[in-house]
Design a protein around this ligand. Structure first.
Ligand SMILES: CC(C)(COP(=O)(O)OP(=O)(O)OC[C@H]1O[C@@H](n2cnc3c(N)ncnc32)[C@H](O)[C@@H]1OP(=O)(O)O)[C@@H](O)C(=O)NCCC(=O)NCCS
Length: 145
């Protein structure tokens, strides 16, 4: 019997299927940190916060979530193209924010690429999310990395 819409926590054995999903989804930037070892380290550091939704045992939507003890950070929110517009991203987001709140994290950030129109439309439509006009993001890498 096919199943659709089951949400569960991401585990390390999901890496290959999720990497394939990330790689085929425009708007998602795959980086060194998406390799297997850092993926596992991220899950271990942020247990129970990253989630996926399955159809027939395959991930069709996901969200990586973590925090630094003060703010939550959301990454790789995506829904496979055929499954968009059914509220799956909203379900993942609501559940991750609920889990962060249980840990005492009541404010979260997401960084959205300026050339990701679907993502921008989604976030601009979210009640309770403010698009920051007062912050520019600067990034660096550790020396030698
Ligand atoms: C952004 C994304 C995750 C939305 O997934 P989704 O499952 O379609 O989202 P939902 O069905 O939960 O939509 C929630 C709301 O956003 C709106 N929305 C979603 N995509 C939209 C779009 N492209 N344009 C306008 N509104 C959009 C929906 O209409 C819905 O509004 P409603 O709550 O008023 O009905 C999906 O488009 C995606 O995977 N994009 C590519 C990856 C990406 O860029 N991810 C973001 C990284 S920050």
């Amino acid at each position: 019997m096919p199943t659709f819409g089951h949400m569960r926590e991401i585990v390390t054995t999901d890496h290959a299927a999720l990497l394939a999903l990330w790689l085929r989804t425009p708007g998602i930037q795959v980086r060194d940190e998406d390799a297997y070892a850092p993926f596992c380290a991220y899950l271990a550091r942020n247990p129970g916060l990253s989630l996926l939704i399955e159809a027939d045992g395959q991930p069709i939507a996901c969200l990586m979530a973590g925090h630094d003890g003060r703010r939550g950070y959301l990454q790789h929110l995506l829904v496979d193209e055929a499954w968009r517009g059914r509220g799956l991203a909203t379900r993942l987001l609501d559940e991750a924010l609920r889990r962060l709140a249980v840990l005492g994290i009541h404010k979260s950030h997401v960084f959205v690429l300026r050339d990701a129109p679907d993502a921008l439309a989604f976030w601009r439509g979210r009640g309770g999310w403010g698009e920051r006009q007062d912050i520019e993001v600067f990034s660096t890498r550790a020396v030698g990395a």
